[in-house]
Write a protein that binds this ligand. Structure first.
Ligand SMILES: Nc1ncnc2c1ncn2[C@@H]1O[C@H](COP(=O)(O)OP(=O)(O)O)[C@@H](O)[C@H]1O
Ligand SMILES: [Mg+2]
Length: 373
């Protein structure tokens, strides 16, 4: 097998896989629009091609004859990646799995039918009459939350404390949604986690559990993550069982999986959503290898080349944390750590100027730094 690897996407969250692939001896062919992103320079070969132009992409792929096609954290890039893998005859998730894993409403339906405990939920569209929504949710227990079915990164997410706020929240979420479809569901109280996992031929392995911190209500933008999450062995076993059952319900077969869930006071596990890609925000690229020792990116590359993932550990497991810089106080803390404890900084991003505008989505954050202890 040759070692020419096609990589879709060029931004800073995709860049670590370009670097990892090079370390593993692959010749990296990176595709994306020419926009001055970091991956354009780190790639061995940059191909300025729109990754949503499927015909052009498949043409280039046939010329290149790569051994595989990879993308890691991007929902956008996951679709063309699977399209190419199917064309090349490399096993990947089905179109059905791809569809339900990128639609929050279909996902809830499939999970409910598969016997996975879920909050009550309904679909709301632009044409839904508010009286009908009140009627359909009359048994729901407030607070509720509404989310565009088709977006990610907390865009359009809104927590609703009382019935009087429902319409305004739905209008907000509908305004964001591309399909003008929103899921309205009961809000689950409890700390939030994600379980970074890999699938190969429908066999699953949970590599690390991430503890998540968000800005909280109403928009829940992620402000930091920690691995390993402080959980008992008994709880970890329970998480593993429920995760694997949910993955099977969604017929997930191949590649990275990023399930997000909350654990309630009485120890019940409820999913927020399950993505068939790596967790963004450096969770898959940095925290998972640092805290578990496993070469998560190497595994994803293996699977995207039609090979079994390699479970050899590459690091001594550590406590790994990602800190987002949202305001001046965070920035001051970053500077303090840089000055006083430089040895615990694994890496940090470029920092955008701190802004006074509210943080409504992930892209509004100024930057981040990752520490290990
Ligand atoms: N049913 C729910 N109960 C409690 N919190 C929720 C619920 N659904 C979503 N959230 C919160 O909103 C965040 C974003 O929702 P999510 O479904 O993960 O959408 P996104 O694709 O934007 O990440 C979650 O990480 C969580 O903090
Ligand atoms: Mg999410």
């Amino acid at each position: 097998m040759n070692k020419r690897l096609m990589i879709l996407g060029t931004n800073e969250y995709q860049n670590p896989v370009i670097i990892r692939a090079k370390e593993l001896g692959y010749e990296t062919h990176v595709f994306g629009l020419q926009r001055g992103e970091i991956g354009e320079n780190t790639a061995d070969f940059f191909h300025p091609v729109d990754i949503l132009d499927y015909d052009r992409l498949w043409n280039e792929c046939q010329k290149l004859h790569p051994c595989g096609v990879v993308s890691i954290c991007s929902e956008l890039a996951m679709h063309p990646m699977n399209f190419l893998l199917r064309k090349m005859g490399i096993p990947c998730n089905s179109e059905w799995t791809e569809k339900i894993s990128t639609n929050k409403y279909l996902m809830r339906q499939v999970m409910k039918e598969g016997g996975i405990e879920s909050p009550n939920f309904i679909l709301v569209t632009e044409n839904s009459a508010i009286e009908d929504i009140y009627a359909a949710t009359s048994e729901f227990i407030y607070p509720l939350i509404c989310k565009p079915v088709d977006l990610s990164s907390s865009r359009g997410v809104f927590k609703i404390e009382k019935k009087e706020d429902l319409k305004r929240a739905l209008d907000y979420a509908l305004g964001w949604s591309k399909e003008k479809e929103v899921i309205l569901e009961e809000f689950i109280e409890g700390p939030e986690y994600s379980g970074e996992s890999i699938a190969y031929k429908g066999v699953y392995k949970l590599l690390a559990v991430t503890e998540k911190h968000t800005t909280g209500a109403p928009h829940f933008v992620e402000i930091g993550h920690r691995q390993p999450a402080p959980l008992t062995l008994e709880m970890l076993k329970k998480i593993e069982q429920i995760l694997y059952k949910a993955f099977a319900t969604m017929k997930i077969q191949y590649g990275a999986i990023h399930p997000e869930f909350r654990i309630t006071k009485d120890g019940k596990i409820y999913f927020m959503e399950i993505a068939t890609r790596m967790g963004g925000d450096c969770i898959g690229t940095d925290l998972t290898p640092l805290s578990s020792g496993y070469d998560f990116m190497g595994m994803v590359i293996n699977v995207c080349c039609g090979k079994a993932p390699d479970f050899t550990k590459i690091y001594e497991p550590k406590l790994a944390e990602n800190h987002y810089v949202m305001n001046q106080a965070d920035f001051d803390e970053f500077n303090r750590v840089r000055a006083e404890e430089p040895e615990i900084i694994w890496r940090y991003s470029t920092m955008k100027p701190i802004s006074d505008r509210p943080v409504l989505r992930s892209a509004d954050r100024a930057g981040y730094y990752i520490t290990i202890r």
